[in-house]
Design a protein around this ligand. Structure first.
Ligand code: SF4
Length: 84
């Protein structure tokens, strides 16, 4: 079972260094390769507002990637995350 967005997902295809990290591998195993994919905030946000709204640095749990911020996130993404 693998998320249909796996090949094109910005989170999964982020920078090489991050892709190799234990954190990234853990999230991919936990969300993208399991039933939990249906709880992925990226996926939910994309379904609600369109993929353009999904911040590149948003993790499946709705938080920004480590060492990055939400400063350039669309207001809709920020509001959605607030109500999780
Ligand atoms: S992060 Fe979310 S949208 Fe992207 S591949 Fe994983 S489950 Fe799918």
């Amino acid at each position: 079972m693998v998320c249909e967005k796996l090949d094109t997902c910005d989170f999964v295809n982020c920078c090489e260094q991050f892709k190799k990290s234990i954190v990234a591998k853990g999230f991919i195993r936990m969300y993208c390769e399991s039933e939990k994919m249906n709880e992925c905030i990226r996926k939910k946000l994309s379904a609600k507002y369109g993929k353009e709204i999904v911040p590149k640095n948003m993790m499946p749990n709705g938080s920004p990637l480590p060492s990055t911020s939400t400063s350039d996130w669309d207001e809709k993404a920020l509001q959605y995350r607030k109500h999780l």
